[in-house]
Unconditional design. Structure first.
Length: 335
């Protein structure tokens, strides 16, 4: 039985708490949040204690693992403390908005032999997993082009945009990881173009809300990622991989697999209204993979190095956006 402490009692923290409670091999022992009322609410539903401070969790003998779902600006410090306390870690992305702090945490954890998983839960979406499996089996031959679509149903509040680190670190980072995971290699170059077409306030906050990126892989294959902070038809996430022998797609997923045939028309349900409804099951599968790893099973999961890699791609993408030209991607390694 894996005993967890949870940092963060917001939306994602609540989701993780519910998944821990539902898992037969896990229990939630502590919840900590700077918002004490939110922590109490999540803890009361789980039979957990409210921790008075992070230090109480680090000192607790009845905590095997921590799940970090607090605000981004707390991730690096909590990761560092978890490593020192030898607690196993599941941490939501990104590791930190400052790449130097990210490197410092990765260096600190480099020689510590404990599982550290980064919350790239899209790897556990059954549709995307099916795309990877087809590639791995060689069913489409050599990968030549990838197209990843990330279009949110509506922009986040401006207060969130200001602290998000920008579209590439916040939204696109999942798809940087997906591209590497699908291709089984990391891009060497990125070219990014962006615009403010959805909300002028996003531009005033120093970000873009509409962007396209081209990633060049070591073997010459190309990956196109397009992002929007707004659709008028629901949440739109798709993956297409084109190869020398064929193509495989993770298609737009409707809210229900129902189609009405009447006269000359076919009427079917549109996509899920929001990202969480579309991706909620993947959080449970990601947690299961982490717990299986803790229990000694050989299960693939997104590691701390994967989190670093995705952020280094994001940093290069921002540089490309500013310079309006392709940028070579440099990958830092811990010593």
């Amino acid at each position: 039985m894996v005993k967890f402490a949870l940092f963060g009692a917001g939306l994602i923290g609540s989701v993780h708490a519910s998944n821990i409670n539902a898992h037969p091999h896990a229990t939630l022992e502590y919840v900590y949040d700077v918002n004490g009322a939110a922590a109490e609410q999540v803890a009361s539903r789980s039979g957990a204690q409210v921790a008075s401070s992070p230090e109480e969790i680090w000192a607790a003998d009845d905590v095997d693992a921590v799940l970090i779902a607090s605000s981004t600006n707390t991730h690096a410090a909590l990761l560092s403390s978890a490593v020192k306390a030898r607690k196993l870690v599941y941490c939501e992305k990104p590791i930190d908005l400052n790449i130097e702090r990210v490197k410092a945490v990765v260096q600190e954890a480099h020689h510590v032999d404990i599982p550290i998983m980064i919350g790239f839960s899209r790897r556990f979406d059954t549709n995307h997993l099916g795309v990877r499996e087809a590639i791995q089996r060689g069913e489409i031959g050599k990968v030549e082009m990838m197209h990843l679509i990330s279009r949110a149903q509506e922009p986040p509040p401006i207060s969130y945009v200001k602290v998000s680190g920008g579209q590439f670190r916040d939204q696109t980072i999942h798809f940087f990881d997906l591209a590497c995971w699908l291709a089984d290699e990391a891009p060497v170059e990125v070219y990014a173009a962006g615009a403010v077409l959805v909300d002028p306030a996003i531009g005033e906050a120093g970000d873009v809300d509409t962007s396209m990126l081209i990633l060049r892989m070591p073997n010459g294959a190309l990956c196109h990622i397009d992002n929007s902070r707004r659709t008028t038809y629901g949440y739109d996430e798709r993956v297409e991989v084109f190869g020398s022998k064929g193509m495989v797609q993770s298609q737009l997923k409707p809210a229900r697999e129902v189609a009405l045939y009447t006269g000359t028309k076919v009427i079917s349900d549109g996509p899920h209204p929001a990202w969480f409804e579309r991706l909620a099951p993947s959080f449970g599968r990601a947690l299961d993979a982490f717990i299986s790893t803790v229990e000694g099973q050989k299960v693939a999961y997104p590691t701390l190095m994967d989190g670093l890699r995705a952020q280094l791609i994001a940093e290069a993408a921002f540089e490309s956006l500013e310079k309006r030209q392709p940028v070579k991607i440099s990958y830092w390694q811990p010593e």
